[in-house]
Write a new protein. Sequence first.
Length: 352
Amino acid sequence: MTPLEQLPIPLLEWYRDNARRLPWREDPTPYHVWVSEIMLQQTRVAAVLGYYRRFLEAAPDVAALAGLPEERLMKLWQGLGYYNRARNLQAAARQIMAEYSGVFPSDYDRIRALKGVGDYTAGAICSIAFGQPRAAVDGNVLRVVARLTGDGSDIAAQATKRKVAQALEQVIPIQASGRFTQAMMDLGAMVCLPNGAPLCEKCPAQGFCTAHREGRTGQLPVKAPKKARRVEERTVWLIFREDRVALRRRPDKGLLAGLWEYPNEPAGADPLAAWGVEPLSIEYAGQGKHIFTHVEWRLTFQKVEAAGEALPEGWVWADLEAWRGRYAIPNAFQSGEMAVEERLKTGHRGSE
Ligand code: SF4
């Protein structure tokens, strides 16, 4: 028997005793599995727990999510990052309302066709919520399978993901597809850890794992290096007038689409005059950095006291309450947050 063929029974036994208790596992409806899996993309479980609870309170089902006002949706997502995930969730909820009368589809291809749903999420929903023998292959699962089978293929390659999914679908037990998928997730997250540090002594696959037997856990999985990120130096203008700060909305498409931000431009530009902002004073207010998938922002914050109310069309003046409760401002600007909060609380006008 191959290592994968030997896996299901010991894995499921291990899972029975070691499964993580997670809120979306208590009632694994398609909606719950879907929302949790989208939140968990690029985000740690511990960070997702609070968000998941608040999200379910505000949008307990597909219909509620489809009808959620955009600002509320963005506010619920604030801090989780990768905001397109939230927009896609809502677009898919509307798709389900329009095309399936609000009933979550159970067919893999239909689920896969929902906005923002990739192979992994479709596989997770099909196996966990509908009990279908579909694989959900993410980085954790790729690592476990690469080590188990001793396969040195590049796990970043689509072809490897497809190969692993097909191999798993041959061995997923029909009666326990959901448990198998979740057990693979837990094994990758808790035992077969990345960076050459798996806890093989705790692993139910230890007896037939190729990497363990051959002492290759440090070399597997193999992952081709990513292209270097582009670095962008930007100046962020924290513009204040009395007890308010200026915000503008980002374009509807692209990075951080539709979120609110402090006006910012490539470093070296002097855009205040073009914005119609007459500064009474300009003061350095710190540095920040934010890493996105393809770009890194290095930010310099400048605090500006404005002489007048003039702002470009579409921008707003936000007081403390609106800044806290109404406008979703991405984490990328977090380093400037304290300076803004302090300034809005005091309402200090600066030197005139
Ligand atoms: Fe991973 Fe070690 Fe288990 Fe193999 S034995 S699957 S390397 S934890």
